[in-house]
Design a binder for this molecule. Structure first.
Ligand SMILES: *Cc1c(COP(=O)(O)O)cnc(C)c1O
Length: 237
């Protein structure tokens, strides 16, 4: 247990960390004429205790976990409404059934097999799941996701599934040349959006983490996923 004084300190620090992230996004928005209110912040809560997660203020739009087991242990204790909870990590098909009732979006759909399982499990509970398709934009062996030349067919095949709704794209870019890769993501995102494909709505481009969220916002991201920058140093209290 963490005592009240320390919880208060942590809450203050969290608020100021979020404020700092927001003001840096605001600066980027000002430079390029984007609307700050259109950019959502997702707090990545992996490895963070539920007591701290529950201190997150209202202006954090979403929270996201990336491991099923950890997520299941913590999710019962979240004070957050389900419509603010996303899953963002690689998901094995045999674990889909454990999370479909607990999240409002799965950002990390990286194969057709996974998409079809989410469709099936969502159907069983009468739900239509929002999903993002994850792109492996740098074609890295170490990362999951569709390659660019697979995405078109994936969208057509997934868009016929009645328990899924594609809401956009997600990526984790290579370490280097981020501007290039974020620019590529923007191009792909806009291309798909302009096709107005039946049954999908390209609302979200989820990219940008603690180290690169300003670049991502510059290139059109509207969900940034921030972990380290929000939660590091909290344990000092
Ligand atoms: C951990 C993680 C993040 C956040 O990374 P930080 O560097 O801690 O901001 C974002 N997205 C995914 C998918 C992650 O696993």
């Amino acid at each position: 247990m963490i005592n009240d004084f320390n919880l208060n300190k942590k809450a203050q620090l969290l608020n100021s960390n979020i404020y700092n992230v927001k003001s840096r996004i605001f600066d980027v928005c000002n430079k390029i004429g984007r609307d700050l209110s259109k950019i959502k912040i997702l707090a990545v809560t992996k490895n963070i205790d539920f007591e701290i997660i529950n201190l997150l203020p209202e202006d954090v739009d979403f929270i996201g976990e990336n491991r099923v087991q950890e997520f299941l242990l913590k999710s019962e204790k979240y004070k957050f409404a389900k419509n603010r909870i996303h899953f963002i990590g690689h998901l094995q098909t045999n674990k889909v059934k454990y999370i479909v009732d607990k999240v409002s979006m799965i950002q990390s759909v990286d194969s057709l097999k996974l998409a079809f399982e989410i469709d099936k499990q969502s159907g069983l509970i009468g739900k239509r799941m929002d999903i993002l398709l994850q792109l492996n934009i740098g074609k890295e062996d170490t990362k999951f996701g569709f390659f660019e030349d697979e995405i078109q067919e994936a969208i057509y095949r997934i868009s016929s599934k009645s328990n899924l709704k594609i809401r956009g794209l997600m990526t984790i870019p290579p370490k280097f040349d981020k501007s290039y890769y974020f620019g590529e993501m923007r191009r792909i995102y806009i291309d798909i959006k302009e096709k107005n494909i039946h049954n999908i709505s390209m609302d979200y481009l989820s990219m940008g983490m603690s180290d690169d969220y300003e670049v991502a916002v510059y290139y059109g991201s509207n969900i940034i996923r921030i972990g380290k920058l929000l939660f590091d140093h909290l344990s000092e209290f």
